[in-house]
Every structure is written in structure tokens, then in C-alpha cells.
Ligand binder design. Structure first.
Ligand code: SAH
Length: 214
């Protein structure tokens, strides 16, 4: 159920669903998704579905992970400094960690942050820094970023995130209040005061938390 063959089958499916970036497919073939979910769910970890990870949160659907990563890599330059908001299970972070030079990822929920940090360390990732913080404010210490990926849906794009993008940098973010009405957006920062937004497919994400949580 958690063998390389099962994982390969999922990756073949992602390719059939339209994922073209071979680097994304190569890395997703390597990351053991079953280690990012509770053991009780590991037999379902290579299905193309999101799964609960506790605290009302989910590990994203593999197709969405692949699609968002593909959109992030569409810019021409190599990505040296990247921010993810919403570490969750850290699966998306692990996929990004195999593709970019340095990744900072922030998570608001303390137990999820701790599990993610320890798991990434145990798996040998040394280019991913997990932070316990409210991603509404991005992660100023390591800004500006070549790219930002947000894996929870706010009603509006937080201003700080745009400000922490390099000029020419891009952000992938699901935006929208209600489930079923969220759309995946690519934001490209053109200059100090100008950015453009491109809409992609509609998506279903957990809400971006903007108030104090436990
Ligand atoms: N990338 C994750 C997806 C997890 S779901 C994965 O691969 O598993 C989204 C995550 O975003 C949740 O863990 C949630 O707690 C976190 N989140 C939501 N709002 C946030 C905020 N304002 N700052 C930081 N993390 C946030």
C-alpha cells in the first residue's frame, strides 16, 4: 500500500491529469507521502485526495500540490529563496525542498508546526526552515522571496505577502471566502507598486486563519 509501485501509479495519474513539469513529477515520485499522514490513513496516502491531519486541517490533494508547484516553477530563474505559508503536514514543503535552494515555511498551529519540523529533520531536509508564526505577516526575517506559495485560502491576498516578493517574483495562492468559490491565483510583482494577477482553476482549501488560534 505504501510501496514505490503504489507511489509511481499516483505519479502516472498526475501526468495523465495534465502535470507536465518533469522535475515536479520526479520529486513527487521520491517523497514518501504516507509518512506525512497518520499511520491509520497511510493505506490511502497514494490516492489523489486530501486527507485529515488533525486540528481541522488537511494535507492537500497530490494533484493540487503538483499543479501549484508547477505554477511556482514557471518563472524563468532558479528559485533560491522561497516562502510557504501553511506548513500543515509538511508534504508540500518536502516537495518544494527537493526543487528550490532554501525554503522557509510558516505554520500557525503549534502541534502541527512541531510535528512538521521534526519530520523534515528526520527525513534529512537541511534546506527547509519551519517557523511557528502567523503567515498573514509572511516571514520578514528572510524576505524578499523569489516565490511564495500559500496553501490555505484567505478572502483577500495579504498585503505583507506581496511586499515580501522580489520584483519579478511570483506568488501562488488560493483566494476566496467559501469552499467551491476559491480560485488559484498567480500574482506577479512587476514593480514596487504594481502586480498582476492571473486566475487559474477553482480549488478547495481550508481557510487561511487570521485570528488567534490555540
Ligand atoms: N501545505 C500543507 C497544507 C496544509 S492545510 C500540506 O502539504 O499538508 C493549510 C495549513 O495552513 C494548515 O496547517 C493551517 O493551520 C495553516 N494556516 C492557515 N492559516 C495560516 C496562517 N495565517 N499562518 C500560518 N499558517 C496558516
Amino acid at each position: 500500500m505504501t510501496s514505490q509501485r503504489t507511489r509511481d501509479r499516483l505519479i502516472d495519474k498526475l501526468e495523465k491529469l495534465g502535470i507536465k513539469n518533469q522535475d515536479v513529477l520526479r520529486v513527487m515520485r521520491l517523497v514518501p507521502r504516507h509518512l506525512f499522514v497518520d499511520e491509520a490513513l497511510s493505506s490511502r496516502s497514494y490516492e489523489n485526495t486530501s486527507l485529515p491531519i488533525g486540528h481541522g486541517q488537511t494535507i492537500s490533494q497530490p494533484y493540487i500540490v503538483a499543479r501549484m508547484t508547477e505554477l511556482l516553477l514557471e518563472g524563468e530563474a532558479d528559485l533560491e529563496n522561497v516562502l510557504e505559508v501553511g506548513t500543515g503536514s509538511a508534504y508540500q514543503a518536502a516537495v518544494l525542498g527537493g526543487l528550490v535552494k532554501n525554503l522557509h515555511t510558516v505554520e500557525r498551529i503549534l502541534p502541527l508546526y512541531r510535528t512538521a519540523r521534526d519530520l523534515l529533520y528526520d527525513l534529512g531536509y537541511r534546506n527547509i526552515w519551519v517557523h511557528h508564526a502567523d503567515g498573514t505577516w509572511g516571514w520578514q526575517e528572510s524576505a524578499p522571496y523569489d516565490a511564495i506559495m500559500v496553501t490555505a485560502a484567505p478572502n483577500e491576498i495579504p498585503k505583507s505577502l506581496i511586499e515580501q516578493l522580489k520584483i519579478g517574483g511570483r506568488m501562488i495562492i488560493p483566494v476566496g471566502e467559501k469552499k467551491g468559490e476559491q480560485v488559484l491565483q498567480v500574482v506577479i510583482r512587476r514593480s514596487e507598486n504594481e502586480h498582476i494577477i492571473k486566475n487559474h482553476e477553482s480549488v478547495v482549501f481550508v481557510p487561511f486563519l487570521q485570528e488567534e488560534s490555540k
